[in-house]
Design a protein around this ligand. Structure first.
Ligand code: ZN
Length: 339
């Protein structure tokens, strides 16, 4: 009933009106289709011992890549140019960036996994949503499962992909194309996203924004409850992007958006420490979604049983609706701040 009703109305509105009409009704259905059960399943699989910590170049990372590609296939996303879901690369490893351990340099083979959702009337502009799926691997007998870092973000992009494909099948957008990209070699120095931005499959100047998700399943020591997320970078290039994100939250979620780590003099320098930075340095507006570090950060104890799945669900829905705005608005977010 509903679907037929909206299809009947579509020709009566211009796209701009349709999207605002859809705002309070249809798009919430897609957002609400992102549920704990599915997010949990992805995290359990990606952070299981059998994937051995997903270190780039190792067997576990290859298995994770296959799993992600299969998820894209299942929701109806075709492989890039009918051939593959993978952007393969070979890069020099610099060791683990965050731990600042400089390992002996060696080459690693990794792959980014690409799920491309073609847009409708604005399909030549691109929104990129990223999460890294690699982690630290195993050392001796310890497996670094990386449930929060970053099976949580990877599960989010898989569910966002599914929700947009549902909308596409119902002929309600997205107007712009969306590239959902699971990135590898992040833990080795943001190498997968660096490779993508140096070898972009879709033109960077037509890339309107990057939303990057890295750790959204835990609560840090600075917050008493889970109803928050740190946003980093949202106002660094485009005030409009920041305002869109704020408005989506205010209307739908009432999360506490914490900008502590967005300060220019933040000693942690998180702005430079996940994949969004490779887009930002190319003048592409970004938002980095992050829950902060915790006692299990980069330890074998970052496991699935400690994940707050309700939190993952809420933040994923928030990112989905932000992406919906960016993909369907008449204009791309204007860049008004020159670095
Ligand atoms: Zn991470």
């Amino acid at each position: 009933m509903k679907k037929g009703f909206f299809l009947f109305l579509l020709p009566l509105f211009s796209w701009g009106q349709v999207t605002s009409y859809l705002e309070d009704s249809v798009k919430l259905n897609y957002s609400n289709s992102i549920i704990v059960k599915d997010l949990k399943k992805h995290i359990q699989i990606l952070a299981s011992d059998s994937l051995e910590g997903r270190e780039t170049g190792e067997q576990g990372q290859k298995k994770a890549a296959e799993y992600i590609a299969n998820c894209f296939k299942k929701v109806g996303i075709p492989p890039y140019k009918c051939k593959t879901y993978f952007q393969k690369f070979k890069v020099k490893s610099k060791g683990h960036l965050r731990q600042r351990i400089i390992l002996k340099q060696k080459y690693v083979k990794g792959e980014n996994v690409l799920g491309f959702i073609e847009g409708s009337d604005l399909k030549d502009e691109f929104l990129i949503i990223t999460a890294h799926y690699d982690h630290l691997g195993k050392k001796d007998t310890s497996i670094y499962n990386g449930a929060d870092d970053n099976a949580s973000g990877t599960s989010a992009i898989l569910e966002i992909a599914e929700a947009f494909m549902k909308a596409k099948k119902d002929s309600v957008g997205p107007r712009r194309s969306i590239l959902i990209m699971a990135v590898s070699a992040e833990e080795k120095g943001l190498l997968g996203s660096k490779y993508y931005t140096e070898n972009p499959i879709y033109p960077l100047e037509k890339t309107i924004a990057n939303l990057n998700i890295d750790m959204i399943g835990r609560v840090d020591k600075y917050h008493e409850n889970a109803n928050y997320v740190y946003l980093i970078g949202s106002d660094r290039l485009s005030t409009e992007l920041h305002n869109i994100s704020e408005e989506v939250n205010r209307k739908n979620f009432n999360l506490k958006l914490d900008y502590t780590f967005n300060k220019k003099d933040d000693p942690n320098r998180y702005y430079y420490r996940s994949d969004h930075y490779n887009f930002a340095k190319n003048n592409i507006p970004v938002i980095f979604y992050f829950n902060g570090v915790h006692e299990d950060y980069h330890k074998p104890t970052d496991t699935t049983d400690k994940i707050d799945f309700e939190k993952v669900q809420k933040i994923t829905r928030f990112i989905f609706l932000t992406a919906w705005e960016l993909a369907n608005r008449k204009e791309r977010p204007a860049i008004n701040i020159i670095k």
